[in-house]
Write a new protein. Sequence first.
Length: 93
Amino acid sequence: MFNPLMLLVAEANEVIVLRMMKLMRGGRGARREASLMVSEKINAAVEATASLVAGASGDEIVHRYRQHVAKNAKRLSGRSRNRLLKRTQRRRK
């Protein structure tokens, strides 16, 4: 369980950095991200609690959290890359 937990810590740090960058930009996207972040954390805590009550192991819960973190990393990094690409394309024209 130690290795998956350490991977979760590293992956979560990446998502924190991506989220902070988005929040620092401000605007509608930042407000949406802040709201989404809070609701995701509540949902993840409820899901983890339900899994524990149902008899899931710590490894299973860490695995599920890693899936959530990976989904967030993909979402957060994909949008910023697409925006950067669009800005770059506009400047070339």
